[in-house]
Design a protein. Structure first.
Length: 259
């Protein structure tokens, strides 16, 4: 299927590896020029070079922390006229509700709620003026079914979900769609970090921790960044203009819901 976005320009945040890179790769494969961001310059430049060589698109790499005002300013300065925005940032650390103080909550909200909102506020108005745009926010399955160990993520990402629910309906008539893509466990550094925590807490090895988590997923495996990226690219396509304000689970069936 031709997604109809060749020649578009996208900003993909936290794109040097993992799910962000998966999204960047999938968009590039459709002929989308990219501005990609991550904190680590070396990994980011390696990713940018690999995407350029593989897909022949323009890739601008901005090494900056997207969760900070200065980092966003650097990305936005390079962005130009953007048609597609993929918001992404690393999740806050796991723990239990007694672990976190006010500073921990503020940090989570800054990174996983306010940062993506700021990027939308900066880029969506121009999309509306041009009559077309796509925003995909990478959030978490925890906004549909809270995960006890991820209380910081539950809180911050659910706040973003509420913002999107209202905002998406206000901009849709101008040809701009905003949706959230909710990953379950994928084979990324985040999964390694979570499995490491379980391994230490339960006194088991990493292989056992992973096997136990896979057993909770109906497909009995972790997702891949390629699968996730393909789904993101579809939401950014010309075919997804009637999908507005949705929270699409990408979790192998791991979130047990009826609606």
């Amino acid at each position: 299927m031709d997604l109809g976005i060749k020649g578009k320009r996208a900003v993909v945040c936290a794109a040097s590896k993992g799910l962000g890179r998966g999204c960047a790769e999938a968009l590039a494969a459709e002929g989308v020029d990219l501005v990609i961001n991550a904190r680590g310059a070396e990994a980011l430049e390696a990713t940018a070079d690999a995407i350029r060589r593989a897909h022949g698109v323009s890739v601008t790499a901005i090494a900056a922390d997207i969760t900070t005002e200065d980092g966003r300013a650097q990305v936005l300065a390079a962005a130009g006229d953007v048609d597609i925005l993929v918001n992404n940032a690393g999740g806050p650390p796991p723990g239990i509700w007694t672990d976190w103080d006010r500073d921990a909550y503020i940090a989570a909200i800054d990174a996983n709620m306010l940062a993506p909102i700021a990027m939308m506020q900066a880029l969506v108005p121009a999309m509306m003026e041009r009559g077309w745009g796509r925003v995909v926010n990478i959030t978490s399955q925890s906004v549909r079914a809270p995960i006890p160990a991820l209380g910081l993520s539950n809180a911050a990402r659910t706040g973003l979900t509420g913002f999107v629910a209202g905002t998406a309906r206000q901009v849709a008539e101008k040809g701009v769609t905003i949706n959230n893509l909710l990953p379950g466990i994928h084979a990324t550094d985040r999964a390694i970090a979570l499995d490491t925590g379980v391994s230490k807490a339960q006194g088991i090895d990493m292989a056992t921790a992973k096997k136990n988590r896979e057993a909770t997923i109906p497909v009995r495996r972790y997702g891949t960044s390629e699968e996730f990226g393909a789904t993101c690219a579809y939401l950014c396509s010309v075919h997804a203009g009637f999908i507005v304000g949705q929270n699409l689970l990408h979790d192998g069936g791991g979130t047990n819901l009826t609606v």
